[in-house]
Write a protein that binds this ligand. Structure first.
Ligand code: MG
Length: 248
């Protein structure tokens, strides 16, 4: 677990976070019908070159790309490929960057052209759930308060939270303790303390919460073939509401 102790360290985390935000903003503009998902990876690497940073995911446990691209029923960890995006698809883009030894990690889901009302609602609810989780992540909160806030927001709107994958501590390592599940019980779990840095990342399915892993051993899909969306920010626990580090 990384606990930020100095203003120098938090400044570096901000820099890593802003780098991730800049890459995702660029990618959002590139998403369009007909584009191959591997071109999005190329664009991410190109954008990263403008910053003094490296991609966190490239080579992580053997992951072959810098960007995760997960389309429609793909939940997370999709590998960029020759696949072309189609009008009406939704595409989740997950990116991490390391600056001077500190990681930032964030994700967005973007509609390709015009999407169905259900797909739009799924994306809106997932982003809303992330914001609820952030609001709950105040100093002295319990981890379960964050998890429950995300779960309640999603389930009361008729969708389900993925349970096999979670948010996580982030900082000196990409994935650190504690796990931050998107479901839980208020008042339970470790106490949040000022300076803790976490990646909150609701993964929300339009159908059931179960997932499966594709033959490539990376891509996670919904078990029932329903759509899935994913939003993520890296935050630092502060005195009041947390600082969101992966913003421009
Ligand atoms: Mg993450």
């Amino acid at each position: 677990m990384t606990v930020i102790k100095s203003s120098e360290e938090i400044a570096i985390m901000h820099k890593a976070g802003k780098t991730v935000a800049a890459v995702l903003q660029r990618l959002r503009r590139e998403v369009r019908p007909g584009i191959q998902t591997r071109l999005l990876d190329t664009v991410a690497v190109e954008e990263l070159k403008k910053h003094d940073a490296r991609a966190s995911f490239k080579g992580y446990r053997g992951f072959p790309a810098s960007l995760c691209v997960s389309v429609n029923d793909e939940v997370v960890h999709g590998i960029p490929s020759a696949r072309r995006l189609n009008e009406g698809d939704i595409v989740s883009l997950d990116f991490g960057a390391i600056v001077q030894g500190f990681h930032g990690d964030a994700a967005i889901t973007v509609g390709v052209g015009k999407v169905s009302p259900e797909a739009q609602k799924l994306m809106d609810v997932t982003e809303g759930a992330l914001m609820e989780g952030i609001k709950a992540a105040h100093n002295k909160a319990r981890l379960g308060d964050i998890s429950a806030a995300i779960q309640d927001y999603v389930e009361s709107r008729g969708f389900s939270v993925v349970r096999e994958y979670s948010g996580h501590g982030v900082g000196r390592e990409l994935h650190e303790d504690p796990l931050v599940p998107n479901f839980g019980i208020r008042g339970e779990g470790p106490l949040m303390r000022k300076g803790m840095t976490l990646a909150l990342e609701p993964m929300v399915n339009a159908g059931g919460w179960h997932t499966r892993v594709a033959e490539n051993k990376w891509t996670v899909l919904t078990a029932d073939g329903s759509l899935s969306a994913h939003f993520e920010h890296t935050i630092a626990i502060s005195d009041g509401e947390p600082e969101v580090l992966t913003l421009l």
